[in-house]
Design a protein around this ligand. Structure first.
Ligand code: NAD
Ligand code: SER
Length: 315
C-alpha cells in the first residue's frame, strides 16, 4: 500500500474528515492529500497535507493529480438530499460534473482506484420498502437520488468501457459525532444526540414512525476500506453496493437515548423532508455485499447510542 498516494475530495465534510484520518493511519499521513472547497476542518489540521480545490475545476484537479503523483481518488464532494431540493440545478451540476471530471482524469492518468459513494436515495416510492434488494425497480424522486442513480451508471460505464477500477457503496443515513452532517434528510439522527445532551428535548423534522436505513460512521468507514481493499475480481457490482447497518424511527432512537437520559423528550413537526424520507426504503438487503466482500455491520442502535453519548459528553 505504501506506493499508493490518495486524494480525498470533500475531505472537510461529515464522511471526509473520518475517512481521511482512517486512510492516513493505513497509508501514512504524507500519502493522503485532503482537499475541499471550504477551509480545512479543524480535526484535520496538522494531520497531513491539505489543498484548497474545487472539483468543478477540472484543469486544477488534473494538475494536482499529476503534481502530487496521485494514484487513487476518494470523491466525497456532493450536495445531499435536503439541500439538493432547494437548488436542483446546482445539485445536478456538482454531483454529475464532479464525478465525470474525476472519472476522466482517472482514465487519462490510469489511476489505480476511484471511490465514489452512492446512497439509499437512488430508491424511490416504487422500490420495495422492506429489505430493498440490490437489483430492483429504481425510480428516485429527488434530484439527489437522480444524480446518484446516473452516477452509478457512469461508474459502471467507465469500468466496462475504459477499465477504471471505480467502486461504490449506497450508504444509508450516517450518524457520527466528529464532524457535522451536510444537509441530508437523515441528519435528524445526529442532531437528536446533540440536543438530548444540551436541552434534554428535540423537535424532529420527520414523523415519529418514519423508519429509515441508518449506519454508525465506524461501520461506514470500515465498509469503505473493506470494499476498496477487496480483490478486483470480487467486485461484481460496478454500479454501487447496497449495505445495511440498522433501521429505526425517531420514536425508537428517542427510546434508546432515554435509557441514558430518562427525561429526554421527543416532539415531531414534519417539514418538506418527510416526503423525501417517505420515498426511501425502510430497510436494505445487503446479501450481495456480504457475498462479494464479506460485509457485516458491527453496531446496532443501542450500541451506537452509548458510543455517541459518551463521545459527545467528552466534547
Ligand atoms: P458533506 O456535505 O458533509 O461533505 C461534502 C464536502 O464536499 C463538504 O466539505 C463540501 O465543502 C465539499 N464540497 C462541496 N462542493 C465542492 C466542490 N465543488 N469542490 C470540492 N469540495 C466540495 O457530505 P458527506 O455527508 O460527507 O457526504 C459525502 C458523500 O457521501 C456524498 O457523495 C454523499 O452523497 C454521500 N452520502 C452521504 C451520506 C450521509 O449520511 N452523510 C449518505 C449517503 C451518501
Ligand atoms: N444521508 C443522506 C441524505 O439524507 C442519504 O444519502 O441525503
Amino acid at each position: 500500500m505504501a506506493k499508493d498516494k490518495i486524494l480525498v475530495i470533500g475531505a472537510s465534510g461529515q464522511i471526509g474528515v473520518e475517512l481521511t484520518l482512517a486512510l492516513r493511519k493505513i497509508y501514512g499521513a504524507a500519502n493522503v492529500v485532503a482537499s475541499d472547497l471550504r477551509e480545512e476542518n479543524d480535526l484535520l489540521k496538522g494531520t497531513g497535507p491539505y489543498v484548497s480545490m474545487d472539483v468543478m475545476n477540472k484543469e486544477m484537479l488534473h494538475v494536482q493529480v499529476i503534481r502530487q503523483n496521485i494514484t487513487q481518488i476518494y470523491l466525497l464532494a456532493a450536495i445531499l438530499s435536503a439541500t439538493g431540493e432547494k437548488n436542483p440545478g446546482l445539485a445536478w451540476h456538482l454531483n454529475m460534473q464532479g464525478l465525470l471530471n474525476v472519472l476522466d482524469i482517472a482514465r487519462e492518468e490510469k489511476l489505480h482506484k476511484v471511490y465514489w459513494p452512492s446512497s439509499i436515495a437512488v430508491f424511490g416510492p416504487t422500490s420495495p420498502r422492506q429489505f430493498c434488494p440490490q437489483q430492483t425497480v429504481i425510480e428516485p424522486i429527488t434530484v439527489y437520488g437522480i444524480s446518484k442513480y446516473a452516477g452509478e451508471f457512469w461508474c459502471n460505464y467507465y469500468h466496462q468501457r475504459f477499465g477504471v477500477d471505480v467502486r461504490s457503496i449506497r450508504y444509508p443515513g450516517l450518524i457520527s459525532y466528529k464532524s457535522a452532517p451536510g444537509g441530508g434528510t437523515t441528519d435528524y439522527a445526529v442532531e437528536i444526540y446533540h440536543e438530548a445532551l444540551a436541552e434534554k428535548k428535540y423537535t424532529c423534522f420527520l414523523k415519529e414512525d418514519t423508519y429509515l436505513p441508518m449506519m454508525y460512521m465506524p461501520d461506514a468507514i470500515r465498509a469503505t476500506m473493506e470494499l476498496m481493499h477487496a480483490p478486483a475480481n470480487n467486485i461484481k457490482v460496478r454500479t454501487s453496493y447496497n449495505i445495511s447497518g440498522m433501521s429505526f424511527s425517531p420514536t425508537e432512537i428517542a427510546a434508546s437515548i432515554q435509557k441514558h437520559i430518562p427525561d429526554f423528550q421527543l416532539s415531531c413537526v414534519p417539514d418538506y423532508r418527510q416526503a423525501i424520507a417517505d420515498s426511501w426504503p425502510q430497510s436494505i438487503d445487503d446479501t450481495v455485499a456480504s457475498a462479494d466482500w464479506n460485509w457485516k455491520p458491527a453496531f446496532d442502535l443501542d450500541k451506537m447510542t452509548t458510543d455517541m453519548l459518551q463521545n459527545l459528553s467528552k466534547k
